[in-house]
Design a protein around this ligand. Structure first.
Ligand code: 13P
Ligand code: SF4
Length: 303
């Protein structure tokens, strides 16, 4: 069945000059059908730098919106309309405007896991892979960082010379993991290297041998001489890790599943391509403002 679907998807892609972008948290068959799989920073770069007329974005809404913001002349489709990111709804644009009034000298750095409106009132966006570099490079000593308090506190540890004003947002998948959960998982793999996403709490990050984005974790495991890894992020990354490193062993923390990322099936990808469903449309005035924050990220966040 999935062979048939993959063939139909391939034909539709060709006839519509489309590409499929997928995040590492997507289900394996969607990752395998994609032209490019990556972390949120790589995906936003890919969305901008390609010759396709149509992008099918397999991820959550803020990712597809970022693709549309950066490539307004392309049609961008999110196969499942309801695939959202709860953290992206934790920082309203008006709250950011109010916070700026309280801290007139601060610049606003907003995690890409945010609404278009929040991006539009921000100075620059960031992802987990470039947040530290961006906060270091931005021309301000005081930073309002929204919406992830855990990523914000991780940045603060690495950039102590700046004052980071934290937001009270979090990712429900990463924030619910405790140090105790990691100790319990380590009982099955006591010698494993612990690789942690920075959306986790400090007590969990403190147990890490490596902290980084989904791509950072995948690169670390590929290059490491160790053969056992406990992966403390959404379980979807295990697909790529196991495929790339058949001789290494990977362990995960039970329950680290993002139900929004798992809403997209291969059927949804097919229907999306066939029926142009669900098209992302953004008001042009807001898009231009959000684009400035995302473009600043591509400039300040590149190596
Ligand atoms: P990455 O930027 O590491 O891909 O993470 C995105 C995300 O949503 C993490 O929960
Ligand atoms: Fe949002 Fe968390 Fe899911 Fe990432 S894992 S998309 S931050 S809910």
């Amino acid at each position: 069945m999935s062979e048939y679907l993959n063939e139909e998807i391939r034909k539709l892609k060709e006839s519509k000059n489309a590409i499929i972008l997928a995040h590492y948290y997507q289900v394996p068959e969607v990752q395998d059908a994609a032209d490019f799989v990556g972390d949120s920073f790589e995906l936003s770069r890919r969305a901008k730098e390609n010759d396709a007329d149509l992008i099918v974005f397999c991820g959550v809404r803020f990712m597809a919106e970022s693709a549309k913001i950066l490539s307004p002349n392309k049609k961008v489709l999110l196969p499942v309309k309801e695939a959202g990111c709860p953290m992206a709804d934790m920082a309203a644009a008006q709250q950011i405007i109010d916070m700026k009034k309280e801290h007139p000298n601060a610049k606003v750095v907003t995690y890409v896991n945010s609404s278009v409106e929040a991006k539009a009132v921000s100075d620059v966006c960031c992802t987990s892979s470039n947040a530290i570099r961006i906060v270091k490079n931005i021309d301000a000593d005081e930073i309002i960082f929204a919406p992830d308090k855990n990523l914000g506190s991780y940045i603060q540890e690495h950039v102590p010379e700046k004052n980071i004003i934290l937001w009270n947002g979090h990712c429900c998948v990463h924030d619910r993991i405790s140090a105790e959960d990691v100790f319990r998982a380590k009982e099955q793999c006591s010698t494993a290297m612990v690789l942690v996403h920075p959306e986790c709490r400090k007590e969990v990050r403190d147990l890490a041998n490596y902290i980084g984005s989904t791509s950072g974790i995948i690169n670390y495991a590929r290059e490491s001489d160790h053969d056992k890894f406990l992966i403390v992020t959404e379980e979807g990354v295990l697909h790529k890790l196991k495929k790339e490193n058949p001789k290494k062993e990977f362990f995960s923390i039970r329950g680290m599943t993002c139900k929004n990322m798992k809403k997209t099936s291969l059927d949804n990808v097919y229907w999306s391509l066939d029926e142009n469903y669900y098209e992302i449309n953004i008001d042009e005035e807001i898009r231009e403002k959000a684009a400035a924050a995302l473009e600043n990220m591509l400039i300040l966040g590149s190596d």
